[in-house]
Design a protein around this ligand. Structure first.
Ligand SMILES: Cc1ncc(COP(=O)(O)O)c(C=O)c1O
Length: 344
């Protein structure tokens, strides 16, 4: 895993004679939607409904339709989405199993929810949760599993859900890198008890700041999440449970509505760029990421493994092509998450 290098998915821009491929090019995307974004921001400023305003409700409704779920609750980040989802289903005080190879936010959220993270290894084939490790990591204290649809490819959810059912565990998808991805035709975020999304600016669906969202079909979770994200407030100044300031910002929701309408098209472009990379890398004897038969990946990241990562990165850099490592340090090896890692 540590030899992975991520090649950019963004557009090619010409700088005099050199061709530069930046890792992310948010400005190019902004140019395409500039007038709509400015009008949407202006509408919010005119209305002044900055907190849980109209655009939040509209975006939530559009996201439920997009994902094929009953409820969507906009929150302040992907990390908060996972924390609140764990709190809504009462997973605190127990162990929560996720993967060692994920963004640190997944594990932070578990710790912040006062649960104990248990980290398992990923498959070297598709970089997602190794289900044999998952089974071995389950104990009487396990409350929930947080599979991460890493790099935009969904985890093989049917066998995972079968394991969860057998052990009576709640499953919360970390879909923070998988907006619009499909598992056997169904969208990431609609496959388990709850799904968590991040709208960090560089995501496939990114805000112009922080944002997140939780999807669910469960009305009890949905109403608890609505309380938790907003100081436990049922009606004005009536706080029925302890909550926090964890709402999705109205301005961000207004921007996200514009981007959501284009997401399937943008994802289709990523998929065709990925196919092109894979086809060309094959000619060099380098294998691209494996897209599993159950998955329609949205290639949030295009990650390959090579024998000499640093040499490849140096070469790419000389050609003006940026790359990254996702992730240089597995979360289980950070000194502030002293966790059991299965399979390491
Ligand atoms: C897999 C994964 N989980 C969780 C998060 C946390 O999301 P946020 O940065 O919005 O808190 C991210 C975001 O980078 C992520 O990629």
């Amino acid at each position: 895993m540590t030899s992975g290098a991520t090649v950019t998915q963004s557009t090619v821009t010409k700088k005099q004679t050199a061709v530069t491929v930046p890792f992310v090019d948010l400005k190019a995307q902004y140019e395409a939607i500039r007038s709509e974004v400015r009008a949407a921001i202006d509408r919010v400023l005119e209305r002044g409904d900055f907190i849980l305003g109209d655009a939040v409700r509209q975006f939530e409704a559009e996201f439920t339709a997009f994902c094929g779920v009953k409820f969507a609750i906009g929150v302040s980040s992907g990390t908060e989405a996972i924390r609140l989802a764990l709190e809504a289903c009462g997973a605190q005080e127990g162990e929560v199993i996720t993967v060692a190879n994920t963004y640190v936010g997944t594990v932070e959220a578990i710790v912040q929810a006062k649960a104990t993270p248990v980290l398992v290894d990923v498959s070297s084939r598709n970089y997602n949760m190794d289900l044999d490790c998952l089974e071995r990591a389950i104990t009487p204290k396990t409350r929930a599993i947080v599979p991460v649809h890493l790099y935009g490819q969904p985890v093989d959810m049917d066998p995972l859900l079968e394991i969860a059912r057998r052990h009576k565990l709640i499953v919360i998808e970390d879909a923070c890198q998988a907006h619009g991805a499909r598992y056997k035709g169904r969208r990431a975020g609609s496959l388990a008890d709850m799904g968590c999304f991040s709208f960090y600016p560089s995501k496939n669906l990114g805000a112009y700041g922080d944002g997140g969202l939780i999807t669910t079909d469960n009305p009890e979770y949905a109403s608890k999440l609505n309380l938790l994200r907003n100081h436990g407030e049922k009606v004005k100044y009536e706080h029925v449970i302890q909550g926090s300031t964890s709402r999705l910002d109205t301005l961000q929701a207004a921007i996200l509505r514009i981007k959501l309408a284009r997401l399937d098209g943008w994802n289709a472009l990523r998929r065709s760029h990925a196919q092109y990379y894979t086809q060309e890398l094959k000619k060099l004897g380098i294998a691209g990421p494996i897209e599993e038969p159950w998955a329609e990946s949205v290639y949030h990241l295009y990650v390959i493994t090579v024998p000499d990562r640093e040499a490849l990165r140096r070469y790419l850099s000389q050609q003006g092509i940026q790359s990254g490592i996702h992730y240089p340090i597995p979360t289980g090896r950070t000194n502030y998450f002293p966790s059991y890692v299965c399979g390491a």
